[in-house]
Design a protein around this ligand. Structure first.
Ligand SMILES: [Zn+2]
Length: 263
């Protein structure tokens, strides 16, 4: 077990591609620089499954509770108290993943707004950090965040892939920024390399978003499925582009994560 490693703030371990080979995934984590993993939940079933995983590996994992914007169509007000109830578990360290996604729009905009607002209220009431997802919905998303900018202190925009002005808006609202393997993609991630210098060291956290977004800088890799054990390659890309040591990025992101999620 790695006790001074990095913390993956978002991995979808309940996704069948990872869950079906959980033992192997955990073995890989234990042989990597990844110390702990927050299992992202995108609905209540995910949280329940994540808690089963945690009961087997309580030193390794935490989770979240909430409805991803894709699942907003499944959210209704009867789930509000259930989410609050789940959030009382000591292994649930954030509300989310929640937010707005107009890229795929699997749920209608109206459904997403209702669902997102409910999650913001829950984060406000529970005082838990909020784990945020935004894709091609920046302007509407910001309106929601502004409304809660004072009442929700701890917010992280996970898998940030936006531009400089979007980054500035998030930082001005006090948000933390989650960076994934997107940054190591020579095509789509190029602009992120230039933006890293604008993210204050104490607002940066790292994540794999596994099984998606496998880092492109894994030597000799031919696989497609990302895992939490590959988190070090996200840290490595960040270290290289900031001209810092890998260990400095590991220490600072770990510290930010521990403070942010109180873990
Ligand atoms: Zn997301």
């Amino acid at each position: 077990m790695n006790n001074q490693g990095i913390i993956d703030i978002g991995a979808n371990l309940t996704h069948p591609q990872l869950y079906n080979q959980l033992k192997t995934i955990i073995e890989h984590i234990n042989n990597s620089k990844t110390e702990k993993v927050i299992i992202t939940a995108s609905n209540l079933m995910d949280t329940a499954l994540a808690k089963e995983i945690i009961s087997l590996y309580p030193d390794l994992f935490y989770t979240t509770v909430g409805y991803h914007p894709h699942n907003a169509k499944d959210y209704d007000s009867s789930l509000y108290d259930k989410i609050i109830n789940e959030s009382n578990s000591k292994y649930v360290v954030a509300i989310g993943e929640c937010g707005l996604d107009y890229y795929r729009e699997y749920s209608s905009k109206e459904e997403q707004w209702t669902c997102f607002e409910a999650h913001l209220e829950i984060a406000k009431i529970t005082k838990l950090p909020i784990f945020l997802h935004e894709r091609e919905a920046h302007n509407d998303f910001i309106q929601f965040l502004k409304k809660y900018s004072e009442s929700i202190k701890k917010k992280v925009v996970h898998c940030f892939t936006g531009n400089k002005s979007e980054l500035k808006t998030y930082l001005d609202l006090g948000a933390y920024i989650g960076i994934t393997g997107w940054i190591s993609d020579p095509e789509r991630g190029k602009h992120l390399l230039d933006l890293m210098k604008y993210i204050p060291e104490d607002r940066l956290m790292i994540e794999t978003d596994a099984p998606y977004l496998i880092p492109k800088n894994i030597p000799g890799n031919k696989k497609d499925i990302n895992e939490p054990s590959y988190l070090e390659y996200v840290a490595e890309t960040i270290a290289q582009c900031l001209n810092k040591n890998l260990s400095d990025i590991m220490i600072s992101t770990r510290k930010n994560t521990r403070i942010f999620f109180s873990i």
